[in-house]
Design a protein around this ligand. Sequence first.
Ligand SMILES: Cc1ncc(COP(=O)(O)O)c(C=O)c1O
Length: 378
Amino acid sequence: MRVYFDNAATTPLDPRVLNLMIEKLREIHGNPSSIHHLGRSSRNEIEMARKTVAQAIGASTGEIFFTSGGTESNNFALKCAVRDLGVNTIITSPIEHHCILHTAECLQKYNGIDLQLVKIDPLGRVIMDDLISKLQKAKGKTLVSLMHANNEIGTIANITQIGEICREHGAYFHSDTIQTIGHFPINVNNLNISFLSGSAHKFHGPKGVGFIYINSDNLLKPFIDGGGQERNMRGGTENLHGIIALGKALEIAINELEERKAKILSVREYMKSKLVETIPDVKFNGVQEDPFLYTVLSVSFPPGPKTELMPLALDIAGICASGGSACSSGSEKGSHVINTIGELKGHKTIRFSFSHFNTKEEVDFAMEKIAEMFELVS
Ligand SMILES: Cc1ncc(COP(=O)(O)O)c(C=O)c1O
């Protein structure tokens, strides 16, 4: 048996999305910028996908721009806010994805922005008083970039409250919603938000395609100069079939959200209870009461014969999971998120992350292998 518990790293394609992609790859190939009928039919497909995304988050179609994924969308928001909106302070948190942290560090180094990291509590929650105090001290225009759900520990930030705090202090607000788009209802009309980012491969679409929402109040210049695609904001021939697939994957995810959530929650809770039953002193990282990112279960395993080698041992046993995030799995420094919230001595964090394709039988299989690793098998 092989078990895929790494859905926060990426999700498998929904078979319906795959079928649509194959069909469209065969049927349409026109360049969306060409004015002949083949170009126009490709353009039409892109605009239909844009409409789906806009409707899914309560935006207008003019506020949605397709990109190559979450990393680009996050770069887009931060870099254009500094270049085009005159932002000179960025407030973010030490547990953001590296595509936020490294972008902000780059803006600090090359553009001289003031970079402030807001304090985080041991469960990964933003300390709102610290955010307020940093906003009060900030000079000039400020962008707050705080993720909706942390990809490693699953803690959810109250983006409604953060948006309000930003409004009160006249700051722009960007949220990395890459783990929550398609998994939680998000409506930009209920949030004071300037930018948010999405990535298709986190909701059973293909890799290498995403989008950014840019509130229409914010006038930005092109992020990628070129042929004027994406209403002159991002040059380059569009990833036509990826965009079609993103639209389809998001439409399905929104339609089936509650059903998928219930299934994922039952598998997650089952695994959590089995871990508590089987492994003495097991702990869980991040907030465990609603609301939390139900796709993620971040487990802190106690010292045991194979604890240090667990990511490898799980892989050998046929279980795909991550030590931290997929991006930091190979890093010797370990996860910056776990380092920030603090890990119990000798413990090892493994992130199991689920989709509606997972089953309790897969959990039983994984638990059998984990019990063997801890030599708890009678
Ligand atoms: C919270 C978060 N932000 C950004 C990204 C990067 O997205 P992409 O892989 O589409 O570039 C990821 C993906 O792991 C993520 O989990």
